[in-house]
Design a protein around this ligand. Structure first.
Ligand code: AMP
Ligand code: FES
Ligand code: ZN
Ligand code: ZN
Length: 323
């Protein structure tokens, strides 16, 4: 039976790249140290209020607990759940996220997409009938990013933290390298991306931790997570390439342990910065409908929102108010 590298107790958690085994407690300390390094090394002191975006899945629940334990004493934290109106799924997710926020004694916020006049359930129906011209998941992704940012800005938070893991980030990284537009998104893929006017900064506390590690953290701490998957997830297109990249990188890592961590480090400390200096910030325009920063006018969210309103036969609103 393997033994914990720190205390010698029976160990059940293995970190392959470090060739180390840990007991539940010392695995959690290892995980939190990695999260702590992101906050210490990359997040400026001036960032005081952080909104933790939690979906109820393993990654964002792990991000929530590790962040609360690591910076809960020095930063002001809040928990955001976005109710996307996905029937039979959003309700269950909300209960879980609310439970964790209360358990940690953190303010719990809900941003309900219905305040924008539609739900992802509506979008799914329209997408299935071919009238939206794009898969529901891509609409959902745009909506989540928009709502997170707008909620943070309107509630005085300096930054939004998400549960993206190293696997997600390396997937975006390698997929992004294949197009000019993609390079712009790679430029923003650092553990901390600064904000601006009406733009909250972004923190990715799990930048140096894998999906497998966040699953182990949740298990080691006995944390409740969402049992079901999003009903629209199997139809996720565009995820295909990122999934292929993830599997390929796992394969490389098996033969060359630590390769993914090294890729993530060079991305964080060199590649994203070099690309950012070369390409500039990008989102310098403003949406003439909602006033939020965007690379297009109207912004992607307003375009989708108005299109869905039209298809649903509803009156368009101006987007000037947040639910
Ligand atoms: P995803 O796009 O589903 O991979 O989610 C990426 C990250 O966005 C998650 O790790 C969360 O931090 C955040 N997120 C996703 N869905 C929600 C939600 N419904 N409410 C709050 N945050 C979310
Ligand atoms: Fe957005 Fe499934 S969570 S479509
Ligand atoms: Zn131990
Ligand atoms: Zn807009």
């Amino acid at each position: 039976m393997p033994r914990c590298r720190v205390c010698g107790a029976p160990a059940s958690y293995r970190v392959p790249w470090a060739n180390a085994w840990f007991c539940p407690e010392h695995f959690s300390r290892y995980f939190e140290r990695k999260v702590s390094r992101v906050y210490e090394r990359y997040v400026p002191r001036s960032v005081e209020r952080i909104l933790l975006a939690v979906s109820g899945g393993k990654d964002s629940v792990a991000m929530l607990y590790a962040s609360a334990r690591v910076v809960g004493g020095e930063k002001e934290l809040g928990v955001l759940f976005i109710d996307l109106g996905i029937p039979g799924y959003s309700e269950e997710a909300r209960v879980i996220v609310e439970h964790h926020a209360h358990r940690l004694g953190l303010p719990f916020h809900v941003a309900d997409i219905r305040g924008y006049g539609f739900t992802i359930g509506d979008a799914a129906r329209l997408a299935a009938s071919g009238r939206l011209g794009r898969p529901v998941c891509s609409i959902c992704g745009v909506a989540k990013r928009y709502i997170m940012n707008r909620y943070a800005v309107e509630h005085g938070y300096d930054a939004v933290a998400t549960g993206h893991t190293m696997d997600d980030i390396l997937g975006f990284y390698l997929a992004g390298l294949s197009s000019r537009e993609g390079l712009r998104s790679v430029a923003k893929l650092s553990p901390y991306t600064g904000g601006g006017e009406k733009l909250a900064a972004r923190i990715r506390p799990l930048y140096f931790l894998t999906d497998a590690e966040s699953a182990m953290y949740v298990e080691a701490n006995g944390l409740e997570i969402l049992g079901s998957k999003c009903p629209f997830a199997p139809r996720r297109r565009g995820e295909g390439l990122r999934l292929t990249i993830k599997e390929a990188l796992e394969n490389i890592d098996r033969r060359h342990p630590g390769y993914r961590v090294m890729l993530a480090r060079t991305l964080a400390d060199h590649v994203s910065g070099i690309l950012y200096s070369a390409l500039g910030p990008g989102e310098t325009r403003r949406c003439s409908i909602c006033g939020y920063p965007s690379s297009t006018d109207p912004c992607g969210f307003c375009r989708i929102r108005l299109r869905i309103h039209r298809l649903l036969g509803e009156k368009q609103d101006t987007g000037s108010r947040h639910p």
